[in-house]
Design a protein around this ligand. Structure first.
Ligand SMILES: [Zn+2]
Length: 419
């Protein structure tokens, strides 16, 4: 990979809360090489590679989702660790490595159809141990439907204990919030962080709590869910941060945005016209119409709260990143690809790291997003983690440049509203 992100080291410097400038993982190797130390509280405007001074500063986000660790492990594959090793060291099939400043994982760490258990949590943490050039706190994670607990269990205990975005269970999760390159604010269910003028709004899925919104004893209900509180939190931050590049992350895509994200598009019809599982398992009592998208707001099915807001406020956010539906790189089921633009917003389905969860539709891949200082376009590349579909590494055919509402700046906007 000849991109500017190659060969950079990673950030250990936290952003500062009260200044208008931010320190991050942006082009740090060259900077530290020259300065020989860590500076806090200053904007670093640096070239990524080589520190030659002429290359633009970039911020590289590795966007992953749906590792379904338990499912792949049963077949002898380390879906999360393999992806990490390939990004840092290159892959066994010749795919070149790439560097990244931070990563997201948009949920579905578990492959369980019931509620996940400690053994799979330990395995997730063990696979994060594959990180050698980066550390765990550079991964920002949210819960997917498969990570959810069942009614009667402590709400989302598994995700809070083993994935732990707030770093409250460090002894289990290994997440040390003091090492976050960009500090998080919020809760396991909804939190934010800033990278220069980019504001990330991270929202976990709420597939706990029982049918029809949440999964029941019979299996994992795929339809996505958030609470009204989470939607209100999102809207408030969107409206207070109009000077930012806003990236929303949820496990599910919104309705009719990307591949197979429309009503009933999770399934196929059988010979007698009956619904059969395809991208998602068919559970008649679990809101099957919305199996492929963010379907519930509290108890309300097909609520479309985000969709209506964005239709009324085009360009209110810049990117929506999600996963959930595992589809091959060129799949266009429903007439949509993995990368689409609607309501002046870019939607990217970044799934999935798994090879075996989702049957024939799964093909391990992730996305690399490169933001360049001063540029109002983000480069989005697709990385194939196996060679089954096309040679391992960057899949050129899927590369796009997507428009941002304003240029990326490593400096935080001056007129920032408080959280
Ligand atoms: Zn999912």
């Amino acid at each position: 990979m000849s991109e500017a992100c190659v060969q950079r080291s990673t950030a250990t410097v936290r952003n500062v809360d009260d200044g208008d400038l931010v320190v991050g993982g942006v082009g740090r190797r060259g900077f530290l090489g020259k300065m020989g130390g860590v500076l806090l509280g200053l904007a670093i405007a640096l070239p990524c590679a080589g520190a030659g001074g002429s290359e633009p500063v970039t911020f590289c986000l590795w966007a992953t989702s749906d590792s379904h660790v338990g499912t792949d492990l049963k077949r002898g594959r380390e879906s999360l660790a393999d992806g990490i090793r390939q990004s840092e060291q290159g892959g066994g099939d010749g795919g070149r490595g790439f560097d990244w400043d931070i990563a997201i994982h948009a949920g579905d760490f578990s492959g369980n159809q019931g509620s996940p258990k400690d053994d799979e949590g330990k395995e997730v943490v063990r696979q994060f141990g594959a990180l050698k050039k980066h550390h765990r706190a550079q991964f920002y994670c949210i819960a997917g439907n498969h990570d959810a607990t069942l009614p009667g269990e402590e709400t989302q205990w598994w995700f809070k204990k083993w994935v732990d975005p707030m770093g409250k269970n460090t002894q289990y999760s290994g997440v040390d919030s003091r090492r976050r390159p960009y500090a998080v604010e919020g809760t396991w269910e909804r939190y934010s962080f800033r990278v220069g003028n980019i504001l990330f709004l991270m929202m976990s899925d709420r597939n706990d709590g029982g049918p029809p919104v949440g999964r029941g004893k019979k299996g994992g209900y795929p339809a996505g869910a958030v609470t009204g509180k989470t939607f209100a939190w999102w809207r408030e931050r969107v409206e207070k941060n109009r000077d930012c590049v806003i990236i929303s992350v949820h496990h599910h895509m919104l309705r009719e945005t990307t591949v197979a994200s429309g009503p009933w598009e999770g399934f196929k019809k059988g010979e007698k016209g009956e619904w059969k599982g395809n991208y998602h398992g068919y559970y008649p009592k679990g809101g099957p119409k919305g199996a492929s998208y963010l379907y519930f707001l509290d108890e309300q099915p097909d609520a479309q709260a985000f969709e209506r807001y964005l239709a009324a406020h085009p360009g209110a956010i810049d990117l929506w990143l999600g996963g959930h539906t595992h589809a091959k790189p060129d799949d266009r089921h429903g007439g949509r690809s993995h990368l689409e633009r609607k309501w002046d917003v870019n939607f990217i389905n970044v799934a999935a790291l798994t090879r075996y969860h989702g049957g024939r539709n799964a093909m391990p891949m992730s996305r690399v997003l490169t933001f360049t200082e001063g540029a109002n376009k983000v480069r989005v590349q697709c990385y194939l983690h196996t060679s089954e579909y096309a040679p391992q590494g960057l899949y050129k055919k899927a590369e796009r440049f997507m428009e941002l509402s304003k240029p990326f700046r490593t400096a935080r906007p001056r007129a920032r509203n408080p959280e």
